[in-house]
Each structure stands twice: as C-alpha cells, then as structure tokens.
Design a protein around this ligand. Sequence first.
Ligand SMILES: NC(=O)c1ccc[n+]([C@@H]2O[C@H](COP(=O)([O-])OP(=O)(O)OC[C@H]3O[C@@H](n4cnc5c(N)ncnc54)[C@H](O)[C@@H]3O)[C@@H](O)[C@H]2O)c1
Length: 360
Amino acid sequence: MIKVPLKVPNHSYDIYIGQKILGESNYLEKFLGSDAIIILSNTTVASLHLNTLKENLNTERCFEYILPDGESEKNLKQFEAISTFMLQNKLDRRTVLIALGGGVVGDLGGFVAACYQRGIRYIQVPTTLLAQVDSSVGGKTAINHSLGKNMIGAFHQPSLVLSDTSLLETLPEREFISGIAEVIKYGLIKDYLFFEWLEKNIEHIMSRSPEALATVIRKSCENKRDVVSEDEKERGIRAILNLGHTFGHAIEKLTNYGSWLHGEAVAVGICMASRLSRDQGLISDESYSRIESILKKANLPTRAPTECSPDRMIEIMQGDKKSSNKEINLVLLREIGDAFLTRDYSDALLKQILDSGREA
Ligand SMILES: NC(=O)c1ccc[n+]([C@@H]2O[C@H](COP(=O)([O-])OP(=O)(O)OC[C@H]3O[C@@H](n4cnc5c(N)ncnc54)[C@H](O)[C@@H]3O)[C@@H](O)[C@H]2O)c1
C-alpha cells in the first residue's frame, strides 16, 4: 500500500493507493469510529463494488443513497434530494459521507459534504482512473447549473482518499483511456521524468498492469498534491492543472456534453496548447512530436470534431473561469515539464491552430 500525505492550511489527509485495499484493510472502519455513515454511489458502481465496501463497515448506522448513472445527475435537484434524505434520517454533523464512484459521484458527494449543516467529513473512494488521478484529490467539489458546468461549488477537502486499483478492472476501456489524458497532463505541466517514464511504460499502462497503475496514480497524486498544497484555492499556480482544459471544455460544450468524454476533449486541448506553444517558439518541434505521439499511443484523439469552428471555440473560451474581459488566458508549455498561465500569445496563431486542429 502506498500512502501520499496531503497538507493544506488547516487540514491534512492521506491518499492510500493499492490493489484490493478496499476489501482487505480495516482502517476505514478505524477511521469512521461509531459515527453514522452515508454512502453515495450510482447504480453502475454500486452493483459492482458496493458490497466490497460494506463488508468493511461494521457501523450500525450505515445509509446508502444510490443515484442513476450520468453527468446529468450532478445537479441542484439531486443535491436537494440527498440533503432531504439525510435530514429525514436525522444524520447529524458527525456523519461521514463516503463517495464511491467516478468524478460525478465524487464532485456531488463532496459538495453535499461541504454544505450539509455547514460541512461534514467525507471520504473519496474513486472508481475511475480520472477520479483516482485527479478529481478525488484537492478538494474541488461542484454541481452543474443549467447555465454552466461546475458553476456551483466549494473547496472542501476530503478526510481520506482510498484508491483501489482493482476497482479499475471493471472500468470500460473508453473511460479508462479518458483518464490517461489527465495522467499525461501531470508529466507535461511539472514532471519531465514522469513524462519520460510514461513514454517507456505506456503499453503496461494500457494493459492495466497493477504495478504500472499504482505508479501512475501515485505520481499523479504527488504532482497534484504539490500544486494544491501551494495554492489550495487556485489564486495562482493551481491554474496549470488546467492544461488543455480551456480548449477541452469548449469541445465538450460544442458537442453538448454527450459524445465526447472529458479526457478525450482534454487530450485534444493538450495537443492544441502544445502546438500553440511550439508555434509561439516556446517548445521544440521534437517536444511537440513526443506529446502528440504519446497521446496517440494511448488511443486518445488529437483532433477536434469539425463542428468546433474557431469562432465558436473562441466565444466559449472567452467565458472560461480563467478568462477575464474576453481575454483568454491559456496554460502553455515552456518545455515538457514546465507549464505556465499566460495571455502572451498571438490571436492569429490561436485561430490558425483551432482551425488546423480539427478533423478534416
Ligand atoms: N473535482 C475535480 O477536481 C474534478 C477534476 C476533473 C473532473 N471532474 C469532474 O469529474 C466528472 C467526470 O468524472 P469521471 O470521468 O470519473 O466520470 P463518471 O463519474 O461519470 O464515471 C464514468 C462512467 O464510468 C462508470 N464507472 C465508474 N467507476 C466504474 C468502475 N469501477 N467500473 C465500471 N464502471 C464504472 C460510471 O458509472 C460512469 O458511467 C465530471 O463531472 C468532471 O467535471 C472533477
């Protein structure tokens, strides 16, 4: 079992990573004591993994709230329904919420925990690769509003993150691959050696070798931990975690959050940000080729769909949380392993890259 400790002002917690740790360890129980527990999950994940979690909880007051599957459940209506369920069952402020699922369950569960009676403890048990390497760590919680994704949220750190790599065995291939985009991101933004390791080990990762996955999750969590510890509330450096995301969010929006998975859109965004970095004279041609090549080896897309016209992409990117007064701030690369947030690029070049970065 690997332990990655995380410390932010006024709070610290551990991320545990390992094979079959959900079913074989008893520290969850030790952690929970005799307080009431509410497990939040969805129908897909609950049918596969809820029993393994429950076998480990000897608490009498254990409640379950199982959501339908899908991003559309991360909404105000579900937020209210879960809160109502908790109030009806007289769950008090000592209750611990366990979010068992991918980023949707984790974000919604974290937001409920942030708000319920002004904040209760919660534990992340992430079950997708994306959630294990990214969304379960760092305390960003949110729900979607009809006018925008993740527009209502809070910073609320979990008390424990338990990443069991064996849970990924049941994850559909496309969801697994989508998570790899965020992994590659960590190498690109601040860890050249990890990027090199990913290049050498991409086949083992794709075959879901437990050893390779443990390293992938540990290195990703350590990198995210280092950024979040320095800038918990995203006032500066934390923005680099959004490499490729400003482009990616626009692709997701233009495709109506349906046909493209988050990581797929981010992969195209990483490609576009890297090309802009190259054409601005920041990174070499060779570095760009290495980035495109690893994305392709991971079977991730590198081109946006044709409907993502430069004008529509720019319009959406101007509304991004990092943009101000229609000025689009972008995370670019000075080199592989060195990212920064900037407005210092040519608008004409951006437009050209958006245009040439589409499927023919
Ligand atoms: N808070 C953050 O810092 C942060 C960061 C990145 C993304 N996010 C959010 O995360 C969400 C996306 O997360 P996601 O990609 O994990 O999607 P998801 O939670 O929708 O999970 C993807 C699919 O896989 C299924 N699934 C989950 N675990 C499984 C398992 N072990 N076996 C079989 N099926 C399984 C789910 O039921 C779902 O159908 C978005 O809402 C995004 O906004 C949050």
